[in-house]
Design a protein around this ligand. Structure first.
Ligand code: NAI
Ligand code: F6P
Length: 387
């Protein structure tokens, strides 16, 4: 069996690649970073170091890598002959992966089993997004090609920090992982991924994950950055920060119970497990990595505005989430283009216009005024004019 995985970065090697290897797939990584591709091809195995309670080392073998910019032809051939295609490139990069999958489908034997495609990104419906990009590119030819692939949304959860220079292909990760995959699209012929669980309705899983793990993690990062703290575990060790993160997560849990009927006591256990994961001192994770790309994280269906908007629509509390959003508005990182753009725009745009364009909220939405108010506070703090 063969799997082609786009994005040989942290989650690609430290989670998706590892589980596919354990499922018996030969792995072909496709990436656009030539040095990374070379380093992978120079190695015959790599180690996934799980650090923290219960962790162990896992060895991955049977892999190679391709540079999709230098050799798109080879990537298409691999996709044509693969059983599974996965991605972990970032939701904004999916349009750049789509042409390679489309070309692979065009070259695929029409009698072959359908290619099983799963985007493993932190976003709701990421595989649907990828499929839509492929369909758009294919135009009229999609009618024939669509039978050559099945597309399943997934929710992936494992903390994989940035790797230190000199680590080579090895990856340091936390011991915990969870991979939930929609099972309907496979029609009973499930991919062999040990430890993954297949579910009929991914909606509650992805929302529970994004609006708890990712809301809590990013909130910890933004509160930590505002307090001048570098490591995530140190940020959460600050009682004031922990209290604010817990308040925001109490609100997202109340929403998950209201929308999906999830059990409040089970959600409390889930939150406790997650906070323990963030507190893992063995994991060298930083507020800059976890807070990265704040404009994406402040967008309409993401980890802050998504749950806060839905909570506000139901008259549920949003004070904790609003405090986290206020902290996100203060996130600075000269090395992160989105953080730079965020700070530039908050200095130059009117508060209402900024709120509308960054969050995607309508001015009439019950959350809008609250976010606009936080934008105004930030502008006052910066001493810039807000109309
Ligand atoms: N790191 C983590 O803890 C987790 C990350 N994720 C998600 O996984 C995705 C990737 O995150 P990370 O692995 O942390 O990022 P990363 O930056 O370590 O890896 C991304 C990789 O994609 C490659 N890439 C960029 N453009 C590409 C293209 N057009 N074709 C092929 N490869 C391309 C990059 O060169 C890089 O090696 C994101 O959507 C993230 O939200 C999900 C759960 C956990
Ligand atoms: O690109 P994003 O959304 O910051 O993704 C990385 C996040 O996902 C997580 O792995 C949670 O699963 C966190 O470690 C990390 O903050």
């Amino acid at each position: 069996m063969k799997a082609v995985h786009f994005g040989a970065g942290n989650i690609g090697r430290g989670f998706v690649g590892l589980l596919l290897h354990e499922g018996g797939y030969d792995l072909v990584f496709s990436d656009v970073a030539p040095t990374l591709v070379e380093t992978i091809n120079a190695a015959s195995e790599y180690t996934v170091h799980e650090v923290g309670p219960g962790g162990s080392d896992k060895t991955v073998t049977g892999f190679r890598a391709l540079d999709s910019r230098a050799d798109p032809d080879a990537v298409a051939d691999e996709v044509a002959a693969a059983d599974v295609v996965t991605t972990a490139v970032g939701p904004n990069i999916l349009p750049f992966v789509a042409p390679h999958i489309l070309e692979g489908l065009a070259r695929r034997d029409a009698d072959a089993k359908p290619l099983q495609v799963m985007a493993c990104e932190n976003a709701i419906g990421a595989t649907d997004t990828l499929r839509a990009e492929i369909e758009k590119l294919a135009g009229d030819s999609w009618g024939d090609l669509s039978t050559r692939a099945v597309f399943a949304n997934t929710a992936v959860d494992r903390i994989v920090p940035a790797q230190p220079a000199g680590a080579g292909v090895d990856v340091t990760v936390e011991p915990f992982f969870e991979w939930a995959i929609e099972q309907g699209p496979f029609g009973g012929d499930l991919p062999n991924i040990p430890g993954a669980h297949f579910v009929d309705d991914l909606g509650p899983y992805i929302e529970r994950k994004l609006f708890t793990v990712n809301t809590g993690h990013a909130a910890t990062a933004y509160f930590g950055a505002a307090a001048g703290i570098t490591r995530i575990s140190d940020a959460l060790a600050d009682p004031g920060i922990r209290e604010k993160v817990e308040q925001a997560l109490g609100e997202t849990s109340a929403l998950l119970t209201a929308v999906h009927g999830l059990d409040a006591a089970e959600l409390a256990d889930y939150r406790a497990t997650i906070l323990d994961r963030f507190a893992n001192e063995a994991l060298p994770d930083t507020v800059q990595r976890v807070g990265r790309q704040p404009l994406r994280k402040l967008s309409r269906h993401e980890r802050f505005i998504g749950p806060a908007a839905a909570a506000a629509e139901r008259g549920l509390a949003v004070d904790g989430l609003a405090t986290a959003i206020a902290s996100a508005l203060r996130f600075e990182d000269a090395a992160d283009p989105q953080a730079v753009e965020l700070q530039e725009r908050i200095r130059t745009e009117d508060a209402a216009a900024f709120t509308a364009s960054v969050t995607g909220l309508e001015a009439s939405h019950p959350l809008f005024a609250r976010v606009q108010e936080e934008v105004g506070h930030r502008q006052t703090e910066l001493g810039v004019y807000s109309a």
